[in-house]
Design a protein around this ligand. Structure first.
Ligand code: P6P
Length: 340
């Protein structure tokens, strides 16, 4: 590790974002402050996730969310924690959550701000009871509607390429934050003894190629012929690696993505007979992960085009996601183009 990288490792997230802010002359400090508040929420969620089994916080609430998914107790807790930690800060004009059918307005008693945030409060939550890594994902855009009044759908329904920041927190063997404001990708590990996210992965780079593919093959009967052919070739020798890839699949996007950005390879959630547009949500899952992947030197496509170029039409729109190393994602894209 270079001396520059080594000298920065261990600084706090707050110090880091304050330093990053200097790279943007037009910065007012509002995004920095918003990210810092978001990390307070992440620390609270991490504490709750870690002790969930002990305080009977596992299990279901009996409700289902807008996605028709059973809502876990921790889902609700994470959702409320994020909302409560940022809605009064004066940095946001509106929010949207995977757990909420409609926009989340900023309460009238609080000031409005220049940003709009979309988030998945606890992605992969169906894995909670099995103690499998889960995570929070966030995506931040600049407000587009006229200042003054409450934020609107147009502030949320923006292309991924216009995000000003994106990130995730993975609650695994340790709690790690990975975020980007578009230039670099940085990772921070929560040190519970001091209660701070400390820089542990400065300037993360997605390996140009990898030896792992990650997809839920249980859905393969509902895939397109092209997708079935791609996965068969990944298991053989007629692929960029020249030999069979290993397969890893957690079923928690933050875990599968985090492994991919560290080790390289490819993660795929393609359309299938149950999810004809794919299962992952554009605004709260695919677009933030795509911004991180591209900022780290990787690539993210729907199979038909760059994820970051997709113009969202509704809050909970779903898209196919093919993300990972340039070599593997580029190869998959070329096979899709042959299909056309
Ligand atoms: P499947 C979790 O529910 C999630 O939204 C993502 O975290 C994950 O990548 C995907 O769904 C897993 O879906 O159908 O493989 O269980």
């Amino acid at each position: 590790m270079s001396s520059d990288r080594r000298s920065r490792v261990g600084i706090t997230f707050s110090q880091h974002v304050a330093e990053q802010q200097k790279l943007y002359p037009e910065a007012t400090g509002s995004l920095t402050a918003l990210l810092q508040e978001l990390m307070v929420a992440a620390k609270i969620i991490s504490r709750e996730v870690r002790k969930a089994g002990l305080v009977d916080a596992l299990g279901l609430t009996g409700r289902t969310n807008v996605q028709g998914e059973a809502v876990q107790i921790l889902d609700e807790f994470a959702n409320e924690t994020i909302i409560r930690n940022v809605h009064h800060t004066g940095h946001l004009c509106v929010m949207s959550s995977e757990e909420n059918e409609d926009l989340i307005p900023i309460p009238e008693e609080f000031p409005l701000g220049p940003y709009a945030m979309t988030f998945d409060p606890l992605d992969g939550s169906s894995n909670i009871d099995a103690n499998v890594s889960i995570g929070s994902i966030f995506s931040i855009h600049r407000r587009r509607s006229p200042d003054g009044g409450p934020g609107r759908a147009e502030d949320i329904l923006q292309r991924g390429r216009d995000q000003v920041a994106a990130g995730y927190v993975i609650y695994g063997s340790s709690t790690i934050l990975v975020y980007t404001t578009g230039r670099d990708v940085h990772g921070f590990t929560l040190d519970p003894t001091v209660g701070e996210f400390l820089l542990s992965h400065p300037r993360m780079r997605m390996p140009e190629g990898g030896a792992i593919y990650s997809v839920n093959e249980g859905n393969s009967s509902g895939w397109s012929r092209t997708m079935r052919g791609i996965v068969e070739r990944l298991k053989g020798t007629d692929n960029p690696l020249g030999r069979p890839y290993s397969t890893r699949y957690v079923g928690s996007l933050v875990a599968d993505f985090h492994r991919t950005i560290l080790y390289g390879g490819i993660f795929i959630y393609p359309p299938d007979s149950k999810n004809r547009a794919g299962k992952l949500r554009l605004l709260s899952e695919a677009a933030p992960m795509a911004m991180i992947a591209e900022a780290a030197g990787g690539r993210a496509t729907t199979g038909r085009g760059r994820v970051l170029d997709v113009a969202p039409r509704e809050l909970h729109e779903r898209v196919p996601l093919i993300v990972g190393s340039l070599r593997e994602v580029g190869w998959v894209e070329s096979l899709y183009q042959e299909e056309d």
